[in-house]
Design a binder for this molecule. Structure first.
Ligand SMILES: *Cc1c(COP(=O)(O)O)cnc(C)c1O
Length: 388
């Protein structure tokens, strides 16, 4: 079976043929010196991509959620107070993970689609000494990009450790682990890194490693215990679990592509294609559900126009054009669409293809708009951006 799709959902995103070729190379042993070289190269490229010098930088076997769990279980011991900031599905998930890990969890939740004001965090930590504060950088369920730097400063003044979810943002917009003083940061292979799902890049600061070294109890999860996993990734090369060999080949190739393009150029490409799509939406009256000014470049969360049937449109996009987009999650279920422009899928051609396909679907549903206007506006925006 083989399907031809254009993946414009919330992930996975389109995978470069070079990465698929890497995935198909012969499997070797997980203790083979050649594989150890591959792990070292992955570490170096992840340090580049995360903008982190952290020695403890590696890819966890598992998807983005495994990275989330890794950060939480390695820093939390039973009863430790943790604050989780919720403005969408993934903040909620982090709170759930923390509770299961035995943390004493406090949450602050704001309206989905909005971002936190640093003062809200300042208020929340005023009277409790939290060991860890967790937040999501790019909330894929709402399309909102959370500014991180100021909140990091507040958390550190308070003496806490700061966990940031960069599953959707890494490789698609600015992420600065060292500069923003993030203590534990995790991502996923299948969003803006454009690799199949299955590995979760994670990086721990020196302060986080110190907390790990000073634990009184064993890490709650055997599989995600970094005190053991680091003996495999480190110079000891001690067996812990069998690394998913071919997925690591794929991630290495995907990271090489990121480096070849260059991070700044990659961020600029994501931003430009988002602006082109946004101009197209504006021309046919489609609105974002995200707080204005905080829309993510790689994930466009829009209100379903009145008169359009959520499922019928998504089905037609998939069956007639091979285009996948995402439906709404949580409070946006049934009333929002999520259009991802992640990694290799963030191209001007994909934007134009999508707008043309969407216009056809909406017109057939009887939605009233100026036919062709989104494409004209997108093309205009693209030439404007090129002139700058
Ligand atoms: C996709 C995503 C996750 C979960 O990743 P999985 O690979 O689905 O486990 C976590 N956080 C954010 C922000 C995401 O977009």
């Amino acid at each position: 079976m083989s399907y031809k799709r254009v993946l414009l959902g919330p992930g996975p995103s389109d995978v470069d043929p070079r990465v698929l070729e890497a995935l198909s190379r012969p499997t070797i042993g997980h203790l083979d010196p050649a594989f150890m070289e591959i792990l070292n190269d992955i570490r170096g490229l992840l340090q580049y991509t995360f903008r982190a010098r952290n020695e403890m930088t590696l890819a966890i076997s598992g998807t983005g959620s495994a990275g989330m769990e890794t950060c939480v279980v390695n820093l939390i011991e039973s009863g430790d107070p943790m604050l989780v900031c919720i403005n969408g599905v993934f903040g909620k998930r982090m709170a759930d993970v923390a509770e299961r890990a035995g943390a004493k969890v406090t949450t602050i939740e704001i309206e989905w689609g909005k971002v936190f004001d640093p003062d809200q965090i300042r208020q929340a930590i005023k009277n409790v000494k939290f060991k860890v504060v967790g937040i999501v950088h790019a909330e894929t369920s709402t399309g909102a990009g959370q500014p991180i730097e100021e909140i990091s400063r507040i958390v550190h003044e308070h003496g806490g450790l700061f966990i940031v979810d960069t599953v959707t943002s890494l490789g698609g917009m600015k992420v600065e682990v060292d500069k923003w003083q993030i203590d534990a940061c995790y991502s996923g292979s299948q969003k803006c890194l454009s690799c199949p799902p299955g590995l979760s890049p994670v990086t721990f600061s020196e302060a986080a490693v110190k907390i790990l070294d000073q634990r009184r109890s064993k890490v709650q999860s055997w599989y995600l215990d970094l005190t053991m996993i680091r003996q495999y990734w480190g110079s000891e090369r001690l067996y812990h679990h069998t690394a998913p060999i071919n997925m690591n080949y794929a991630l290495l190739e995907a990271l090489k592509i990121v480096k070849e393009e260059g991070l700044e150029k990659r961020w600029a490409r994501h931003l430009a294609n988002h602006q082109i799509l946004k101009a197209g939406f504006a021309a046919i009256g489609i609105k974002y559900v995200t707080q204005a000014g905080y829309e993510l470049p790689m994930l466009n969360a829009i209100a379903i126009p009145p008169g359009a049937d959520d499922l019928a449109v998504r089905k037609q996009l998939l069956n007639e054009f091979g285009i996948e987009i995402g439906g709404g999650l949580g409070v946006f279920k049934g009333n929002a669409w999520r259009i991802g422009l992640m990694g290799a899928a963030s191209t001007r051609s994909n934007v134009l293809l999508f707008l043309a396909a969407l216009e056809k679907c909406l017109a057939e549903q009887g939605v009233k708009f100026d036919r062709g206007a989104s494409i004209a506006a997108a093309n205009n925006k693209a030439s404007q951006l090129r002139e700058n």
